[in-house]
Design a protein around this ligand. Structure first.
Ligand code: PAF
Length: 284
């Protein structure tokens, strides 16, 4: 079942609440793949009812990013959602979410702005304003659905850490459940943006997981000096890769690590052609 309006969704959820049922929310931008499916299945196994939102959120795209060409596959998404056992797809239009003319500048829209310390690094550095858009839309979805649990993938680890911080700081009554990255057999982390990669570029994209797996293997052998661990990455890179960052940071507060430990996440972002890819791994 697909619902397009906030009013209808609220009525549905109200009915569930009257019956005393628990509600899980899986926020997505659609183009669903096995990674999303794992989030949906987790929600279905934990909650009585599951809402999957499919909304390509315009306010989290920066100027020049892929808002217009972001894959939109609502029919296939609905099929995957029902195969995975969820109850409803919530697919609002931008107008439904942001109003007439959907005026998206923060001159006209109330935004939820995460703390500067969490957004002045990693993806936030090149995607200025991105996490303001993410926090704003997720906050709206929490207000619309009022779920008991919300499920997010560790693939977008900075997003996950920022959303946990938002829930804590704003006392939002929802529990965030983090779900592990789903990878192809090759090691490539699943992402809707993998659709942009040619077969050749897909091979080049394996460098992200190769670098991360190698760093973890070196750490497991006892190397903890971060500069030394960063050095190991260069053997994997070639002229088809444009490295944006490779950083070691704390899993709770994103502080930089000079010496790796079991609370360290290694974050990587790089471009293959024009396609920007991210990945991460926890060193535990
Ligand atoms: O991770 C995503 O797909 C999006 O950032 C989210 C959380 C659905 C908000 O639009």
């Amino acid at each position: 079942m697909i619902i397009h309006t906030i009013k209808e969704l609220r009525e549905l959820v109200k009915g569930w609440r009257k019956e005393g049922l628990s509600v899980g929310l899986v926020p997505t931008m659609g183009a669903l793949h096995a990674g999303h499916r794992s989030l949906i299945e987790k929600s279905v196994s934990k909650c009585d009812k599951t809402v999957v939102s499919v909304f390509v959120n315009p306010i989290q795209f920066c100027p020049g990013e892929d808002l217009d060409k972001y894959p939109r596959t609502l029919n296939a998404d609905e099929q995957l959602v029902s195969d995975a056992g969820a109850d409803v797809v919530f697919a609002p239009s931008p107008k439904e979410m942001y109003g007439e003319g959907h005026i998206l500048s923060n001159d006209f829209l109330t935004y939820v702005i995460p703390p500067y310390f969490y957004v002045d690094k990693l993806c936030g550095k090149s995607r200025v304003g991105h996490f303001d858009g993410v926090c704003t839309v997720v906050n709206k979805l929490f207000n619309i659905v009022q779920p008991d649990f919300a499920f997010f993938g560790e693939k977008d680890r900075q997003q996950l850490i920022i959303l946990k911080k938002m829930v804590k700081d704003l006392n939002i009554p929802v529990e965030i459940i983090a779900c592990p990255i789903v990878r192809e057999e090759s090691g490539l982390a699943l992402s809707s943006r993998n659709k942009y990669l040619s077969d050749e570029q897909k091979k080049d994209a394996l460098v992200l997981s190769k670098i991360l797996f190698n760093i973890k293997a070196c750490y497991n052998k006892g190397i903890t000096n971060v500069s030394e661990l960063v050095e190991t990455a260069y053997a994997f890179l070639n002229s088809n890769h444009s490295l944006e960052y490779l950083e070691f940071r704390d899993c709770e507060n994103l502080e930089e690590k000079k010496v790796a430990d079991s609370d360290t996440i290694v974050f990587i972002a790089l471009k293959v052609g024009n396609v920007r890819l991210i990945d991460n791994i926890k060193l535990s």
